[in-house]
Design a protein around this ligand. Structure first.
Ligand code: NDP
Length: 241
């Protein structure tokens, strides 16, 4: 992975932060993106020395401009980690169109936006690693998360289709499906609900961001060229396919 250029969306906090740090440790030059939490992004940059870039993954033009800017500065993009994601939970019978659209746009359309921007360069150079962070809730279907479950399940189909399109071009496309990981996203879940969730995890605890980063680095490695179209589930045994 030495000197490979990697973009990690949502790379300044939570799971993305752990991924950005591990990719850097493995020798990649990393650019971590974020949307609006400038304070966290600047603290991340100071702590890690990793470059940051502010843009909205739900916006096609912003993604395209951000990738062109990285290419202008670093020459190319070799590794793309589609990690940025949000939840806007609610029962379908109470869900507004804005909650549906923002979750689908941020978690799924973002994959199109970012992959579209990097894919031609990867195809021309004959190398690429694309890894998207899906979720156990895209596998199980979660109460109160029709929007999020649909978006994260959509990632699996997107991943397989793009993996087929790019397999002969040295580009692998895979998904990682985390279970419940200790980040701000999960800290926002009500305490009693979280207790119930942990009770359903055979390993008996929440996962750590570093445990997801380890799998992403494995899939991003030069040596992982024969793994494509796959989903790696990391959930403490909560869901076994
Ligand atoms: P966090 O909420 O901790 O961090 C989210 C990151 O994504 C932040 O850097 C945030 O930027 C960025 N982001 C959010 N929306 C956008 C946007 N529109 N454009 C650009 N960046 C954006 O999330 P987690 O680390 O918990 O989750 C990371 C991924 O893992 C998500 O895709 C999530 O769905 C998935 N996941 C998480 C699980 C968990 O238990 N935590 C379980 C399964 C999947 P900013 O700081 O500016 O807000």
């Amino acid at each position: 992975m030495k000197n490979k250029i990697a973009i990690v969306t949502g790379g300044t906090r939570g799971i993305g932060k752990a991924i950005a740090i591990d990719l850097k440790k493995a020798g990649a030059k990393v650019i971590a993106s974020y949307q609006g939490n400038e304070e966290a992004a600047l603290a991340f940059k100071k702590e890690t020395g990793i470059a940051i870039s502010r843009f909205d993954v739900a916006d096609y033009e912003q993604c395209n401009t951000a990738v062109r800017t990285v290419e202008a500065e670093y020459g190319r993009v070799d590794i793309l980690i589609n990690n940025a994601g949000i939840t806007r939970d609610g029962f379908l019978h109470k869900m507004g169109e804005d909650s549906w659209d923002s979750v689908l746009d941020t978690n799924l359309k973002s994959c199109f936006n970012m992959c579209r921007a990097v894919i031609e360069g990867m195809r021309t150079r004959g190398f690429g690693r694309i890894i998207t962070i899906s979720s156990i809730n895209g596998q199980l279907g979660q109460f109160g998360q029709t929007n999020y479950s649909a978006a994260k399940a959509g990632v699996f189909g997107f991943t397989k289709a793009l993996a087929r399109e790019c397999a002969a071009k040295g580009i692998t496309v895979n998904a990682v499906a985390p279970g419940y990981i200790e980040t701000d996203m999960v800290k926002a879940v009500q305490e009693d609900v979280l207790k119930k969730i942990v009770g359903n995890i055979p390993v008996g605890r929440l996962g750590q961001p570093s445990e997801i980063a380890r799998a992403v680095c494995f899939l991003a490695a030069d040596e992982a060229g024969f793994i494509t179209g796959e989903t790696l589930s990391i959930n403490g045994g909560q869901y076994m396919e």
